[in-house]
Design a protein around this ligand. Structure first.
Ligand SMILES: [Zn+2]
Ligand SMILES: [Zn+2]
Length: 148
């Protein structure tokens, strides 16, 4: 993961195009997140994110201060249109999480697990057989860097 056909760099942009991201390395992993914060932040019934090494990310214009409403969690949005751009979690050191929906190569980055599955909306039915973690899945996500 991702598929062997994936070409670097990976690229992403916000809804309006004012914020552009470039990832110089393949993702470490990708995951769905069902938590309420990710739902509110993305506006979607489920979040889906690709995890990259922090050093692989460059953003034009550079990310500002972002917003931190929960200790250890910081999220950045496009200053013009508000699209979610990136999130960092202290318990997932040296990783940055990019919403799959803004990545130009989202079709090549399949989620590998579900985080916060216990918070999933009751009417959301996904038929995949991926591992489902009731909470943050931090062990699985931190371990991902050993696999790729
Ligand atoms: Zn924008
Ligand atoms: Zn979440």
């Amino acid at each position: 993961m991702p598929s062997e056909a994936a070409q670097l760099p990976f690229t992403a942009r916000c809804y309006c195009g004012a914020s552009r991201l470039r990832l110089s390395q393949a993702p470490l992993t990708a995951a769905f997140c069902h938590c309420r914060d990710c739902r509110r932040w993305t506006g979607a019934p489920i979040g889906a994110f690709a995890a990259f090494d922090d050093a692989a990310l460059s953003v034009d214009p550079p990310l500002g201060a972002g917003v931190s409403l929960t200790p250890g969690v910081r999220r950045w949005n496009c200053p013009t249109c508000g699209s979610p751009l990136a999130a960092r979690f202290d318990y997932l050191p040296d990783q940055v999480y990019i919403p799959l929906g803004i990545l130009d190569q989202a079709d090549q980055i399949a989620p590998q697990s579900h985080s916060h599955a216990a918070a999933a909306l009751p009417w959301l039915h996904l038929s995949d057989t991926l591992p489902r973690d009731a909470s943050s899945a931090r062990e699985r996500l931190n371990a991902s860097r050993k696999d790729f």
